[in-house]
Design a protein around this ligand. Structure first.
Ligand code: PLP
Length: 419
């Protein structure tokens, strides 16, 4: 028998252990989610065998009649979801989508203006060691020290001073909505393209709970596995025919060979789910959960322990906990939560006095738990647990009690029971 469990018990055991981990702990990494079983069925299918270089109807391989159906479904659905005229669903990841969009619009040596990594930006927005920082001349904008919000006056000043070819709006760790119209105005003034990377908040946009960047941007990129809740992957959207043509040739043959049609099938399934009323309810629970968490983590008892929330709250699916005034650093806080069964990631806060491997912050997100069915009552219970855990003086026996409260919440909302 060549089934996984028999042929490769080492891999099989680790996969089962990971399933067990996901089921028994509370997943609060803001960029993670639980792909529905139908999505995983499509991804774990025979489509993985198929070469399909090119695009539907224009392939370089025979036998593409069925993958053409699938890729067209993915394209039709995502264009409808975001009101975009053109889409490319082939990028293997969010980083690949960004690389494709940037090669489509830029020449090496051009200037890009993006949010500083340390202030919530992504590696692909111009970080020194990333392709984006190596190929392009990078200028970074920041959040303001007063309110932790993107400093649009600085964006405008830097845009006029450096005349970038591309301005990137988007983030990996930022708890507020961006003003896409203001970015558009600045890009027009500076003669720059505007790219919005909505990887984090695409699910909120699809549900109509966050402004849609597509009408404002020359190009929009996203991942499909964060709030959108699909398989790991990337997508590029645009309303401009000229940009669409360049993006298609930047993805293939520019950067990738054969598309992952099994992942594209899983994307198609996820886009169908994202158009249903249940998806909107899930995103509403996601937002409600983040608001409850933010309220709780700026309460007076945790404030006494030096814990606060960046920007004073959230409009999205995540909260940035500010530990600059706390005895606990980001690493210690992440470890404490891990110890009681809550998974988050430590995250540098803007103007962080602690080193990047330690940090003074936590990024806590609600999409995965909302996908698991958590609603306001459960999020309030989770917020209380986290607040208790972040107080520096942790009474003896407290960790065991918090661990058992986490287990009770996890048990009440079974994940993947069919697996
Ligand atoms: N863009 C943003 C804003 C992200 O947060 C991320 C992921 O962390 C990416 C792009 C990259 O996505 P991937 O990890 O699929 O390459």
């Amino acid at each position: 028998d060549r089934r996984l469990a028999d042929f490769d018990p080492e891999v099989h055991t680790a996969v089962r252990a990971e399933l067990e981990r996901q089921q028994s702990t509370l997943e609060m990494i803001a960029s993670e989610n639980f792909a529905p079983v139908a999505v995983m069925e499509a991804q774990g299918s025979v489509l993985t065998n198929k070469y399909a270089e090119g695009y539907p109807g224009r392939r370089y391989y025979g036998g593409c009649e069925h993958v053409d159906v699938i890729e067209r479904l993915a394209l039709t659905r995502i264009k409808a979801l975001f009101g975009a005229s053109f889409a490319n669903v082939q990028p293997h990841s969010g980083a690949q989508a960004n690389a494709a969009a940037m090669t489509a619009l830029l020449q090496p040596g051009d200037t890009i203006l993006g949010l500083d990594l340390a202030h919530g930006g992504h590696l692909t927005h111009g970080m020194r060691l990333n392709f984006s920082g190596k190929l392009y001349n990078t200028v970074a904008y920041h959040v303001s020290a007063e309110d932790s919000r993107v400093d649009m006056a600085e964006v405008e000043r830097l845009a006029m001073e450096h005349r970038p070819q591309l301005i990137i709006a988007g983030w990996s760790a930022y708890p507020r909505q961006l003003d896409f119209a203001a970015f558009r105005r600045i890009a027009d003034q500076a003669g720059a393209y505007l790219m919005v990377d909505m990887a984090h908040f695409a699910g909120l946009v699809a549900a109509g709970l966050h402004p849609n960047p597509v009408p404002h941007a020359d190009v929009v990129t996203t991942t499909t596995h964060k709030t959108l809740g699909g398989p790991r992957g990337g997508v590029v959207l645009t309303n401009r025919a000229d940009v669409a043509k360049k993006v298609n040739s930047a993805v293939f043959p520019g950067q990738q060979g054969g598309p992952l049609e099994h992942v594209i099938a899983a994307k198609a399934v996820a886009f169908k789910m994202a158009s249903e009323p249940e998806f909107r309810r899930r995103q509403e629970r996601t937002l409600a959960g983040a608001r409850i968490l933010a309220e709780r983590l700026r309460g007076p008892d945790v404030a006494d322990a030096g814990v606060s929330v960046l920007s004073g709250g959230t409009d999205v699916h995540l909260v940035l906990v500010d530990l600059r005034e706390s005895e606990l650093d980001g690493q210690q806080a992440e470890d404490r939560l891990h110890d009681i069964g809550i998974t988050v990631n430590r995250n540098a806060v803007p103007f962080d006095p602690r080193p990047p491997m330690v940090t003074s912050g936590l990024r806590i997100g609600t999409p995965a738990l909302a996908g698991r069915g958590f609603a306001e009552a459960e999020f309030a219970a989770v917020a209380d647990i986290i607040a208790e855990a972040l107080k520096p003086a942790c009474a003896p026996g407290l960790a065991a009690e918090l661990r058992s409260r986490v287990a009770t919440l996890a048990d009440a909302h079974p994940l993947y029971p069919e697996l």
